[in-house]
Ligand binder design. Structure first.
Ligand code: FAD
Length: 437
């Protein structure tokens, strides 16, 4: 990697050596564009190294059905204030192209459960190594430790003047004809994504949709969460906004002292975060027995309580429920002070409480964990000021956006990196077409 401290000019400068910036740099260079990257960190792709629990869930081939509408199905995995915004980008560069791209760089992928794709090595570090090689092979300068503080736009040439702060606190100025903002969202701030890209864009006239954490754990108000902490169940989670079910997800739900985590919760968390920020009432409802109907649960328990009528109630759940759930269930049913209460003496009212909790246990959601723990940012630069095919700013010609910095976020399972690859590629291709038209 290069580490210049001089005043330099490039045709294209990309701010951010994250997923979208790296993809844009390789693509632009392959088109013959003089390209350089400015990165605030001392190495490229610090965030990529954190992804997928250190394995980097690069994309997801679940929607790759081979049918005409597979890109439409992929686009449904994304959220934006302008719902249709991601489609043209995904049409240009979807999952197939991502697999081909990484093969072309020399990084084969493999699919684990539920379509989640990873580098075959199952190491996020391989993705960084492959990008380092690709940049070196293409002679793309990467100016590390160059935190962009300010951008000024001129109607003359060079169009962009970019002021950076280096690790020795010097200010260095770069100039370019074209500028890509690939600075990410607000998650993993120790990876360099501190929201400074939003400020750069705002200074050039772009507006923001207030960012909130997405793909994040939910905090609930419930007195016995500590007692439940550590439990993992295969359950179904429903998210309710002002009493209405908005979405449901099935899978491994993790109980924690603050609330809930696990894939279904992470998937639902965006809805919770957005509605909490609007002051709505948000409830998480857990079905502990998603494979049985309420009637089947009742039938099973009635039979068990009938057969083992002489056993204490607490014992009647052995082998049926996680052991740590039972004392809390007894508290909810207000029989925790009656350890000798037998199944044959259970009242209908108490039984009703058990039935309700097992199929629909409601928790008031009070917050999400912060951006520090989140995997994605919902919100960002308003997309209506960005051209959906090219990702060029409608306000500042020559300025492009790619990745999480825009008001687009994907679902859990590789879709956020997919957006970074797709948008980085689309922006670079659009610039190539513009320059060489
Ligand atoms: C813990 C964690 C795990 C994740 N796991 C997955 C996963 O497995 N699969 C998935 O699809 N998504 C995952 N994500 C989300 C995914 O990492 C991001 O959506 C993706 O990296 C966004 O790419 P980007 O290029 O927009 O931004 P980033 O990859 O965040 O890169 C932005 C870069 O810009 C640099 N930068 C920012 N501001 C400046 C500035 N002013 N000057 C210079 N440089 C600047 C930053 O240092 C950073 O290197 C995860 C996120 C986290 C936090």
């Amino acid at each position: 990697m290069h580490d210049y401290q001089t005043f330099l000019h490039h045709k294209l400068i990309i701010i951010g050596a994250g997923a979208s910036g790296l993809m844009a740099a390789v693509t632009a260079r392959d088109l013959g564009i003089d390209t350089a990257i400015l990165e605030g960190n001392d190495r490229i792709g610090k965030k990529i190294a954190m992804t997928g629990d250190g394995r980097c869930n690069i994309t997801n081939d679940y929607t790759m059905t081979g049918t005409d509408d597979e890109v439409v199905a992929l686009s449904r995995k994304y959220h934006s204030s302008q719902a249709e915004f991601p489609l043209p980008v995904l049409q240009q560069f979807g999952i197939r192209q991502t697999i081909d791209f990484f093969n072309m760089l020399g990084l084969p992928l493999t699919t684990l459960k539920e379509g989640l794709m990873y580098p075959m090595s199952l190491q996020a570090a391989s993705v960084l190594d492959i990008f380092e090689l690709a940049l070196e092979e293409r002679n793309v300068p990467v100016y590390l430790n160059n935190k962009v503080l300010d951008v000024t736009v001129s109607s003359d040439h060079p169009r962009f003047k970019i002021t950076c702060r280096t690790e020795t606190d010097e200010q260095v100025v770069y100039t370019s004809e074209y500028l890509f903002i690939c600075t990410g969202g607000l998650t993993g701030q120790n990876a360099g994504t501190d929201g400074s890209g939003y400020v750069l864009a705002q200074n050039m006239g772009h507006a923001m949709v207030e960012p909130v954490p997405a793909i994040v754990q939910l905090k609930v108000q419930y007195p016995y969460m500590k007692a439940l902490s550590g439990i993992k169940i295969q359950g179904r989670a429903h998210i309710l906004v002002n009493g209405e079910v908005v979405r449901s997800e099935t899978g491994e739900i993790h109980f924690a002292d603050y609330g809930f985590s696990g894939p279904p919760i992470l998937q639902l968390s965006r809805i919770a975060a957005v509605h909490l920020s609007r002051g709505d009432s948000v409830t998480l409802s857990i079905d502990l027995m998603p494979k049985r109907t309420k009637e089947e649960v009742i039938e099973f328990l009635e039979m068990s309580w009938g057969t083992f009528a002489h056993r204490p109630v607490a014992e009647s759940f052995v082998g049926f429920l996680h052991k740590k759930l039972v004392p809390v269930l007894l508290k909810e049913a207000r029989i925790d002070q009656e350890p000798n209460l037998l199944c044959q003496d259970l009242s209908w009212k108490t039984k009703g409480i058990f039935y309700k909790i097992l199929k629909r246990w409601d928790f008031k959601v009070i917050d999400t964990h912060s951006f520090e723990k989140a995997q994605a940012t919902a919100g960002g630069i308003v997309t209506k000021d960005i051209l959906p095919d090219t990702l060029e700013s409608k306000l500042v010609p020559g300025l492009y956006f790619a990745g999480e910095v825009m008001d687009v976020d994907g679902e859990f399972g590789g879709y956020n990196l997919q957006w970074a690859w797709s948008s980085g590629y689309a922006a670079a291709m659009a610039l190539g077409k513009h320059i060489f038209k």
